[in-house]
Ligand binder design. Sequence first.
Ligand SMILES: O=P(O)(O)OP(=O)(O)OP(=O)(O)OC[C@H]1O[C@@H](n2cnc3c(O)ncnc32)[C@H](O)[C@@H]1O
Ligand SMILES: [Mg+2]
Length: 198
Amino acid sequence: MDELIIATKNAGKAKEFQQFFAQLHIRVKSLLDFDDLPEVEETGTTFAENARLKAETIAELLNMPVLADDSGLEIDALQGRPGIYSARYAGEDKDDEANIRKVLEEMQSVPMENRTARFVCVLALAEKGKETVITEGYCEGKIALHPAGENGFGYDPIFIPEGYTNTLAELDPSVKQEISHRRHAMDQLQALLQQRKD
Ligand SMILES: O=P(O)(O)OP(=O)(O)OP(=O)(O)OC[C@H]1O[C@@H](n2cnc3c(O)ncnc32)[C@H](O)[C@@H]1O
Ligand SMILES: [Mg+2]
């Protein structure tokens, strides 16, 4: 495999995948590089169903290997919300700042020790005529009291990973690349693909 399509229209995710795959010498394109591809409707009830749906739909259309990522933030004090609805938590327009404001408002009265949360990433690699490969990864942490930092995307300004005192948006992007939910799901995917080759 020397070229791969990432079935995402999220520029932040696309950038992280570019960096992962550059190290593996695999060229990647995202849906942002195509004008005429639809955004696949996420009608599944789990991250895995949505990842599979995105990967298989685009693989069928392009007849190429396609990797999709369905991810989100699970907050314990909010019974796992926003979960699979992370992108549209504050409305259809997928506004990162509005999503963060909504989370912080809902958690106003929650003390630091109860602000535990995790990022979840499920990857699906689909290729016509092959069984779709699914992997998952997690990143444990806490929800900050206020947003801080400019790096990353989405909920990074309010997520403090376990073992750190700064948010993912304050930490150097190389730290996120090492410890993220996406990194852990990618490591597992690489291991499975290696097994498939052996
Ligand atoms: O479906 P695609 O086109 O890939 O793009 P999306 O933005 O809609 O992506 P998801 O459906 O997987 O929704 C994931 C949301 O969870 C959040 N999220 C996922 N990974 C994240 C990360 O590494 N850092 C911060 N927020 C993240 C982010 O706000 C996303 O909008
Ligand atoms: Mg989406």
